[in-house]
Design a protein around this ligand. Structure first.
Ligand code: GLY
Length: 350
C-alpha cells in the first residue's frame, strides 16, 4: 500500500492499495473517529462493492445508511443532489458525521458537493472505483453537479478528509472505461513528468497499477498544494481538455471524456508545434502511447464544428482563451491567444 499526503486547506491522506475496501472501517475510525456514515453510490457500484465497505464500516462500529442513484451522467443533477440532502436530513446525519462517496467521478462529484453544503459542510471520504476517479476527480477537492446550461456549473472546492483507493475495484471496469483513465494518466506524464511518460511508453498500466496511480496522485497533489482554487498552475491539468470538451459537446457526450481528452491532447500538441508555440512535435509519441492503451486519436468533427463550441470553454477570458500546450515533454504551459486565432489553432491540430 502507498500513502500520499495532500497539504491544502485540509491536510489528508490518500491510501492506494489492493482490497482496501475490506479494512476501510478501521482506517476511517483510526483517523477520523466513529460516526454515522452515509454512503453515496450508483446502482452499478452498489451491486459490486457497497457490501464490502458496509461490512467493514459496521464491524468498526459505524452506523451506515446508503443512498443509491441510477448510474450515468443524468444523475449528476440538481434533482438527485436535492434528494441526497433530504436523505441525509431524514437519516439524522449531523455535523460530526460523514459522507462516503463510493464509485467513479459522478458519485465523487455529487457526494462531494453534498458534503460541502449539507449543514455547511460535513466530513467526506472519497472511495474511487474507476481509474479516472482514482487519478483525477477523487483528489483535489473539485465537487459539482450539472445544470441544464452545462456540466459542472454548480459546485464547490471542498477537500475530502481521506481518499481510499482500492485498485482491486478496477478489475470489473469495462475496457473502455479503464481506457478513459489511461488518457488522464498519460496526460500527467506529458504535463509534468518526462520520466513517467517514458515509463508509460514502455510499460503496461494495469501491470503497474499501484505505481501508476500513486505517481499520478503525487503529481496532482503537488499542483493542488500550489493552486488549490484553480487560479494559476492548476490549469495545466486541462491539457487536451479545450479541444476535448468541444469534441464531447459535438458528440452530445457520446464520446467519453477520456477519449475526447486523448484526441484533444494529440491535436493540441500538433497545433502547438505547427503554430510555433513548441519547438518539437510530440503528437506522434503521445498518439502511440494512447493507441497502445486503446484510445482514439483522430477527430471525427471539422475544425469549424469544434471552433463553434470551443469558445464557450471555461478557459475563455473575455477576448482571449488560454490553451495548455507542451513546451517540452514533461512541461506544459498556458498560452493566451485571441479568440479569433482559435480556429487556425484547431485547423493546425489536424
Ligand atoms: N480535473 C482537473 C482538476 O482537478 O483541476
Amino acid at each position: 500500500m502507498k500513502t500520499v499526503t495532500v497539504n491544502a486547506s485540509k491536510d489528508y491522506n490518500i491510501y492506494i492499495g489492493n482490497n482496501l475496501l475490506d479494512s476501510c472501517g478501521e482506517r476511517i475510525k483510526n483517523e477520523l473517529g466513529v460516526c454515522s456514515a452515509a454512503i453515496i453510490t450508483d446502482d452499478n457500484v452498489n451491486a459490486l462493492y457497497a457490501d464490502r465497505a458496509e461490512k467493514s464500516l459496521s464491524c468498526a462500529g459505524f452506523r451506515t445508511v446508503k443512498f443509491v442513484f441510477p448510474h450515468g451522467e443524468d444523475s449528476k443533477s440538481l434533482g438527485v443532489y436535492s434528494d441526497i440532502l433530504n436523505f441525509l436530513a431524514e437519516n439524522h446525519i449531523t455535523r460530526s458525521d460523514m459522507i462516503i462517496s463510493l464509485g467513479g467521478g459522478i458519485p465523487g462529484d455529487i457526494g462531494g458537493f453534498a458534503a460541502a453544503t449539507f449543514l455547511r459542510g460535513i466530513k467526506l471520504v472519497q472511495m474511487p472505483t474507476t481509474l479516472l476517479s482514482a487519478v483525477d476527480s477523487s483528489v483535489g477537492g473539485k465537487t459539482a453537479v450539472n445544470l441544464s446550461a452545462g456540466k459542472n456549473l454548480a459546485g464547490a472546492f471542498y477537500q475530502p478528509n481521506m481518499v481510499i483507493c482500492d485498485y482491486s475495484t478496477l478489475d470489473t471496469l469495462p475496457p473502455e472505461i479503464f481506457a478513459d483513465g489511461c488518457a488522464e494518466t498519460i496526460k500527467y506524464g506529458v504535463i509534468l513528468d518526462k520520466d513517467f511518460f517514458e515509463f508509460l511508453q514502455n510499460n503496461d498500466i494495469k501491470e503497474n497499477i499501484e505505481y501508476v496511480i500513486t505517481r499520478c496522485v503525487e503529481l496532482k497533489r503537488d499542483i493542488v498544494d500550489m493552486d488549490e482554487k484553480d487560479l494559476g498552475i492548476r490549469a495545466i491539468l486541462n491539457f487536451g481538455h479545450t479541444i476535448g470538451h468541444a469534441i464531447e459537446i459535438n458528440s452530445e457526450f457520446e464520446i467519453s471524456h477520456g477519449s475526447a481528452v486523448a484526441i484533444g491532447m494529440v491535436m493540441a500538441s500538433k497545433a502547438a508545434y505547427k503554430t510555433g508555440m513548441c519547438g518539437e512535435d510530440f503528437s506522434g509519441v503521445i498518439c502511440e502511447t494512447l493507441k497502445k492503451n486503446n484510445l482514439p486519436v483522430s477527430c471525427p468533427y471539422s475544425p469549424e464544428e469544434l471552433f463553434k463550441v470551443s469558445c464557450s470553454d471555461k478557459k475563455r477570458n473575455g477576448d482571449t482563451i488560454t490553451l495548455i500546450v507542451p513546451e517540452k515533454m514533461g512541461k506544459c504551459v498556458g498560452k493566451k491567444i485571441p479568440v479569433e486565432e482559435m480556429l487556425d489553432f484547431i485547423k493546425a491540430g489536424f
